[in-house]
Design a protein around this ligand. Structure first.
Ligand SMILES: [Zn+2]
Length: 330
């Protein structure tokens, strides 16, 4: 039984590991849940040739397709905000751009179904979008992410992710950026060294990239995918590093998909430095937070997580890494 708090040096906070070893309170679902078999869905807003809510028609795209989100959370220029004098209510403009990245014209694919070369092309697009959006005036952060699965609120199963380029830096990225700069030792390199030496949570050891369940995982099947060398931004990665990153990402997602024969919803974020160049020590990497702790058994962000901002992880990271390593993939 593990009952301990573990320190997350990137976020400078604690997570409590409450995993009971070898206890699996769930049973495996008997039947696999079928995904859409249609390669093209006439009702999907993201499929090639279809009309979106804005009235615009998607081109007959063949590989990756990017467009500005029809329902953006942020706008450029930001609508000017109302300032209320002598009030505790503080507001600021929510300036930024939101883009949608369709990974493939095939409606029935997922990111896990892409080949390593297709995944590498997506990483190239992420890097190119980062460079382009960073060069826009006042953009302070480029956040690339994917919400995957109905449990994280995604109703459209067409394979896609999003990019938020904002005129402010989000708190978690700001905290991480400061932690990288304030660390007396290179923070991520040190972490990689420790994970390699321990080995029990390691999932992928490539020439350029490592993937592992971090010692301080917040979610049972959380995985970090990290280039061995430090780069402040994704465009800094070499061709070989991008290829290895694609191979690692592909392998982890296929392990998730093959785990229980049921959908494996997750949140994936590419962590890059804020754009203002004051954080040269930032170590670009990918974090994946799967929402399940068992088949069809979601982890809820309940009172302690939401109200006290303290994560309780009911899985032991060592045990969960072993489960992921055991998954048979081709
Ligand atoms: Zn579609």
């Amino acid at each position: 039984m593990a009952w301990e708090r573990r320190w997350n040096p990137l976020q400078e906070d604690w997570v409590t590991i409450t995993g009971h070893r070898n206890s699996r309170p769930w049973s495996l679902p008997q039947k696999s849940i079928l995904r859409s078999s249609q390669e093209h869905d006439p009702l999907c807003a993201l499929c090639p040739g279809n009309k979106r809510i804005s009235g615009e028609r998607n081109p007959e795209y063949q590989s990756i397709f990017i467009f500005d989100n029809d329902h953006p959370a942020f706008a450029l220029p930001a609508p000017s905000n109302r300032v209320i004098e002598n009030s505790p209510f503080v507001s600021a403009p929510a300036g930024g751009l939101c883009r949608v990245v369709c990974y493939s014209p095939a409606h029935n694919k997922s990111l896990a179904d892409l080949s390593i070369d297709e995944t590498k092309r997506l990483i190239d697009v992420w890097a190119q979008q980062t460079s382009e959006l960073m060069s826009l005036e006042k953009i302070e952060q480029v956040l690339i992410f994917e919400n995957s699965g109905e449990l994280v609120g995604v109703s459209n199963t067409h394979p896609h992710g999003q990019i938020y380029a904002t005129q402010f830096v989000m708190e978690s990225i700001k905290k991480e950026a400061r932690a990288f700069e304030n660390s007396p030792l290179p923070l991520m390199e040190n972490l990689l060294k420790a994970e390699l030496a321990d080995g029990s949570r390691m999932l992928y050891e490539g020439a350029d990239v490592l993937a592992f369940v971090p010692y301080f995982a917040k979610f049972p099947y959380e995985v970090f995918i990290v280039p061995r060398n430090q780069h402040q931004f994704l465009p800094g990665l070499s061709v070989a590093e991008r290829q290895d990153l694609a191979a690692a990402l592909n392998e982890i997602l296929r392990r998730y998909a093959a785990m229980w024969n049921c959908p494996f919803p997750y949140m994936l974020l590419v962590h890059q430095s804020p754009c203002d160049m004051s954080y040269p020590s930032f170590h670009t990497h990918i974090q994946i937070h799967p929402i399940l702790r068992g088949p069809n058994l979601p982890k809820y962000l309940a009172s302690v997580e939401t109200g006290a901002n303290h994560f309780l992880n009911d899985g032991s990271p060592e045990e969960k890494a072993a489960e992921l390593r055991e998954v048979k993939i081709d």
